[in-house]
Design a protein around this ligand. Structure first.
Ligand code: UDP
Length: 315
């Protein structure tokens, strides 16, 4: 296949690009590097099947030649970035999705949207299944991401229904692993960097809120299975192993053998209290479930943060 991946220089985009190149597909990687980095792709430039274009997909998208699939993964994805880039977040989720759908339509390609557990907002049911409509504050600081992704899902389904296009919607839950930025601001990178530099671990709120974290290689396999399926409606992809944030902080501190203290900071606005995917559809229809436990995934992730901390003298 010849695949266009938007957001290819980001955390998930770079893993996806590598996965498809390894499977001998061709990848046209697009990213405007607002939050991504070409460093995440550096081993791929030597492949003749890999091409990188520095471009903002909010603008008209022209890709010469055949395209079999368009994977729209471009977006800031850390709550810290929604505050820093609120309008680009809205634009890439809304206008960027429209451009990416237009490209897929012109090429008669499959379209895949990287959607998110944030479409469920601060959920009133736990775990969340795909039938749940969510509890989102449209005007809060996270609304720029949540509402753009909800719009993106609506747009994707409209293209499916009206233009009869094959579409895939992956509702991606919290994911972690190599290629996350050291200063990404999300819980795993923060706790890793804080533990490894012996600085206090910053737990927001009382730390009783929960998340369910998926190791990146599991997630990428789920995404691949979904792309290869014929499911034209949203599917949760994530790991249902749920943990409180305080337990996560303690776990990372222990695994890194850190002597850091744990300190409590104010809870950001609209921070979801619980989050856990119901993955019955993925398990049944995609024959997929995560294989890597939280403990093993964190152990695999520590060396990446250690190496990159050595290189980054600013931290
Ligand atoms: N969090 C925390 N300390 C940090 C960063 C995040 O306690 O240094 C909390 C945050 O308030 C949220 C959870 O960790 O409850 C997960 O946050 P993250 O930014 O990783 O992603 P989210 O799931 O909120 O999109």
């Amino acid at each position: 296949m010849r695949i266009v991946i938007t957001g290819a220089a980001g955390f998930l985009g770079s893993h996806l690009s590598r996965y498809f190149i390894k499977k001998r597909h061709s990848v046209i990687a697009i990213d405007n590097l607002i939050t991504g980095s070409v460093n995440n792709l550096k081993d791929l430039f030597k492949s003749e099947k890999f091409e990188f274009i520095n471009y903002n997909v909010v603008n008209y998208l022209h890709v010469p030649g055949r395209v079999d699939a368009v994977l729209h993964f471009a977006s800031p994805a850390s709550p810290m970035d929604y505050l820093k880039f609120p309008i680009p977040t809205l634009k890439v989720g809304a206008l960027g999705t429209h451009r990416a759908l237009g490209l897929a339509k012109a090429k008669k390609a499959i379209f895949m949207l990287a959607s998110t557990s944030e479409v469920y907002g601060d959920p009133l049911i736990n775990p969340q299944n795909e039938k749940y409509w969510g509890n989102v504050n449209p005007v809060g600081p996270r609304g720029v991401y949540d509402e753009a992704k909800r719009f993106a899902e609506a747009m994707t389904m409209a293209y499916h229904r009206y233009h009869k296009m094959p579409v895939r919607i992956a509702r991606i839950f919290n994911t972690y692993g190599p290629n996350m930025r050291l200063q990404d601001g999300r819980a795993v990178p923060n706790f890793m960097v804080q533990s490894l530099t012996e600085k206090p671990l910053t737990v927001y709120g009382d730390g009783k809120q929960t998340r369910s974290l998926c190791y990146v290689s599991d997630l990428i396999e789920g995404i691949y299975n979904l792309l290869m399926s014929n499911i034209n409606y949203p599917v949760n992809i994530g790991n249902p192993e749920e943990i409180t944030l305080i337990e996560l902080a303690k776990k990372i501190k222990k695994l890194t053998r850190s002597k850091s203290k744990i300190v409590f900071k104010p809870l950001p606005a609209d921070d979801p209290k619980v989050r856990r995917p119901d993955i019955s559809i993925a398990t049944k229809k995609l024959k997929w479930k995560p294989k890597i436990s939280l403990e093993d995934g964190l152990k695999k992730t520590i060396p990446y943060f250690k190496n990159n901390l050595k290189k980054d003298k600013s931290i």
